[in-house]
Design a protein around this ligand. Structure first.
Ligand code: SAM
Length: 258
């Protein structure tokens, strides 16, 4: 069977990588594991033997008969994961895993954040460059909008690199396995629309000094009046997550004096 490019199909073909990924996930018998894009079942095989409740989400209908036959006890959804209502899979907290289709990994991660309150953790194999952005720290070239948004919701952790030769067909780039653990924060802590507005402004012009980008949202004296005390000559790369949250909160504050 030919791998479908449009579905980002690169099938795992390395026993070592499968073993390392499963041992990082460490699925337990009482876990509800949800696998995104099981494909030909490289990871599914090991998950099926270890968790009593396994849900598979696979878009490619040609792969469905094989998956049904090999994993009859798993719940199989033949659909686009971007349209999956993960809340409907509960109420038990989910452990979400997958060797993700790289072409949709960023929108998929953002889609999952809407359901983070029902998720215990996530283990994903994805393009190394995207993994770098997700796990970046301030001061790092990869620190950007994706890092801040995902780290607002989750603790992120780099686990290991995976070489292109570990897949059939091999992708053009290196991959990495990461772990995301939702913090289950109080949603009222920040206005997410405001946070994204701040992130787009600051990272949209990442080489500019903060004062120059922030004044496109509010006059600098208003930022001051609202208690923002950051160095306006600093640049995007050095701004930490708590500062972004403070900026978003200042942006949404409406007081008579400012
Ligand atoms: N888990 C398998 C493995 O490791 O060998 C396959 C991984 S392959 C990189 C990605 C899988 O996700 C493919 O099986 C592909 O058909 C599936 N897929 C791609 N886009 C999808 C989508 N939007 N929704 C659900 N599954 C998707």
């Amino acid at each position: 069977m030919i791998a479908r490019k449009r579905f980002g199909q690169h099938f795992l073909d390395s026993t070592q990588v499968i073993t390392d990924t499963i041992s990082a996930i460490n699925p337990g018998p009482s876990d509800h594991v949800v696998e995104i894009g099981p494909g030909r079942g490289a990871l599914t095989e090991a998950l099926y033997g270890r968790s009593k409740q396994l849900t598979l989400i696979e878009i490619d209908r040609d792969l469905v008969p094989g998956l049904r036959q090999r994993f009859p006890g798993a719940a199989l959804h033949n659909q686009d994961v971007l349209e999956m209502d993960f809340a409907s899979l509960g109420p038990k907290p989910l452990r979400v895993v997958g060797n993700l289709p790289y072409n949709i990994s960023t929108p998929l991660l953002m889609h999952l954040m809407a359901f983070e309150s029902g998720i215990t953790d996530m283990h994903f194999m994805l393009q190394k460059e995207v993994a770098e952005r997700i796990t970046a720290v301030p001061g790092n070239k990869a620190w950007g909008r994706l890092s801040v948004l995902l780290q607002y919701y989750c603790k992120t952790e780099w686990l290991f690199d995976v070489a292109p030769e570990c897949f059939r067909p091999p992708p053009a780039v290196w991959s990495a396995v990461i772990r995301l653990q939702p913090r289950h924060l109080d949603k009222a802590a920040v206005d997410l629309v405001a946070l994204d507005q701040v992130l787009k402004a600051i990272f949209g012009q990442r080489r500019k000094q903060l004062g120059n980008t922030l004044k496109t949202l509010l006059p600098l004296e208003t930022w001051h009046a609202r208690g923002v005390t950051i160095d306006f000559t600093a640049r995007a790369e050095s701004v930490t997550l708590p500062t972004f949250v403070a900026l978003a909160n200042a942006l949404t504050r409406n007081d008579a004096n400012s």
